[in-house]
Write a new protein. Sequence first.
Length: 256
Amino acid sequence: MNVIASIDIDSNTDTAADNELWYKDAIVYQLHVKAFADSNNDGIGDFAGLTEKLDYLQDLGVTTLWLLPFYPSPQRDDGYDIADYGAINPDFGTMKDFRRFITEAKRRGLRVITELVVNHTSDQHAWFVESRQSRDNPKADWYVWADAKDDGNPPNNWLSIFGGSAWQWDTRRRQYYLHNFLASQPDLNFHNPEVQDALVSLLSDRRTSVPELGSAVAARKGFWPVSSSYNTTPRLNTSLRPSTRCASPRACSGLM
């Protein structure tokens, strides 16, 4: 899976150069916002509730919080099917709530890691909604599409991580699209320079809109054996690098 982790490496007074291996001694608490603390008694955890529990987490000795995806999502894969990279799932609060959480965590010296899944999107993401409309629209090649074999079967025998074929027939385009996970999680086409540019822009916009979030970014692409001939391109990894600020190459590479 493609995961981009945004790490706040400036949350305390140590210099980045002295602290590049902070993760080796970190006490990391991984949590799902929706299952941690509910501030308004609607049965769903939220950022306001998480913020209220920061002192408790600090008292436990936690030094780093790792948040599972919290973006708008149909929740078919527990939030890993992201429908909008630029927003907060309204069930978990608002962008203001998220900003306050980041600010309060930083004030306590807590680092925050967030997951941004870009191997695939939800099939409800605007990019895919447009891509599946036709074979010649502006985002037609933003996902991995392939024609059927002569007998109508998928183009090859690749399997999904969750079982069954990794190809799903789309009746509108009359083509198959690749999904390494659920059929509702179409894979982005990393060989398309426009997709690469969009991801780099996404990271840049993310730091601009939420500067409190931090300054280091690590990108990783999982090369699944079932479809190992379709992997990310070196250019994508290279393209992501200029958008990051790491203490050193080692600081980034150690997180991959």
